[in-house]
Design a protein around this ligand. Structure first.
Ligand SMILES: *Cc1c(COP(=O)(O)O)cnc(C)c1O
Length: 354
């Protein structure tokens, strides 16, 4: 039984829903009528409220702006054909959020705020969940330090917020990937496993360089030997080699433990594949490409589910993949989507009813 928490609710006077063009929904640009906000003060969470979506008032001395105690999550909600709303695996994101919080010396957020607050917020804005194939409601919980002090120390106060954004189909063209050998995203002992804001700031320069050279994303390598592949932008990466699936393991703590990664591993196993979660070297991938056994390469993440990779460049070596026959990528995406939109049985209990 959940401890109950009082959530103060202030409804928006007017809904913005009618102003939104649901046929044109660029990712993360439109926000629903309401947001959830809570404060961590004197060692406890209080002032939990749902209120109209609105700007925040932040002091110039706000600690998060200076020293980066800021974390986030990305989750999606869907509607089935009977207009029931579901959140996909929110407990996995809840656990990961608190793992990120701990690493960043931030307070954990209780279930009755993260899960029940999210459920209640989505219930209020349920008309914003597009009831169309491939559409969803993107959920962005985040937390930042809110002390107004510029001394370098962990903040004593924090704000937790959830905002919601309706999102359309992710029409990503198959991606061209730059395998980065100089710059790194995360090192052992660092914060790579946390969804901490600074990890993304640190990647922007390198990604911009790759884009200048015609690539869409960076595939990061390990920080020690620059030899083992890690992950790709904000996606985990999978290689289908022969009849096996290879994906980097999470033991070094340098890779984000994607919920989609776990979902895809589960579904691939159900499809009869052997999954090898272990260090995957770029040399092994190149050797498989040369031998003609590297069949499909894809990234996984909440935004795209499964995103096809058509090309990888490592130093002078260019790898092209045949995207005319993506049997496995297509099948795994369909199976995950079928569960999300209620077209297949939810045997793993991944769908959380709003
Ligand atoms: C969010 C994220 C992923 C994907 O995680 P999902 O839970 O599948 O959305 C992968 N890598 C990084 C660096 C991420 O931030």
């Amino acid at each position: 039984m959940l401890a109950t928490i009082d959530i103060k609710v202030t409804r928006a006077a007017n809904s913005k829903l009618k102003e939104i063009d649901f046929d044109n929904l660029p990712f993360g640009k439109n926000f629903t009528d309401h947001m959830l906000e809570a404060d961590y003060i004197n060692g406890e969470w209080k002032n939990v409220e749902i209120k109209p979506y609105q700007p925040l008032l932040i002091a110039p001395s706000n600690a998060a702006l200076h020293y980066g105690q800021a974390i986030f999550e990305g989750i999606k909600a869907y509607k089935d054909d009977q207009d029931n709303a579901y959140i996909f695996r929110p407990y996995d994101n809840f656990k990961r959020f608190n793992i990120s919080a701990e690493r960043m010396q931030m307070p954990v957020v209780p279930e009755e705020i993260f899960i029940e607050g999210m459920r209640k917020l989505i219930e209020m804005d349920r008309d914003w969940i597009p009831a169309k194939p491939n559409y969803s409601l993107y959920i962005r919980p985040f937390m930042y330090a809110s002390d107004e002090v510029i001394g370098v120390k962990a903040s004593d106060t924090y704000k937790f917020i959830i905002i919601l954004s309706p999102t359309g189909p992710y029409y990503a063209a198959p991606m061209r990937i730059w395998v980065e050998e100089k710059y790194i995203r995360a090192a052992e002992g660092g914060v790579g496993y946390a969804k901490a804001a600074g990890n993304y700031g640190g990647a922007m320069y390198v990604t911009a360089q790759a884009k200048k050279n015609g690539f869409d994303q960076v595939l990061w390598m390990d920080a020690k030997e620059h030899k083992y592949v890690q992950e790709c932008g904000v996606m985990n990466v999978f290689f289908i080699v022969g009849d096996k699936v290879l994906t980097p393991d999470l033991t070094a703590g340098t890779i984000l433990a994607g919920v989609t990664r776990d979902t895809v591993i589960t579904v691939l196993k159900e499809m009869g594949f052997t999954i090898e979660e272990r260090p995957v070297s770029i040399d092994e991938i190149i050797a498989a490409h040369k031998a003609g056994t590297l069949k499909e390469v894809f990234g996984t993440g909440t935004a795209a589910t499964v995103a096809t990779i058509k090309e990888m460049q490592y130093k002078d070596y260019n790898m092209q993949f045949d995207i005319s026959n993506l049997a496995t990528t297509t099948e795994v995406k369909k199976r995950v989507d079928d569960i999300r939109y209620g077209h297949a049985a939810d045997v793993h209990g991944w769908m959380y009813r709003v």
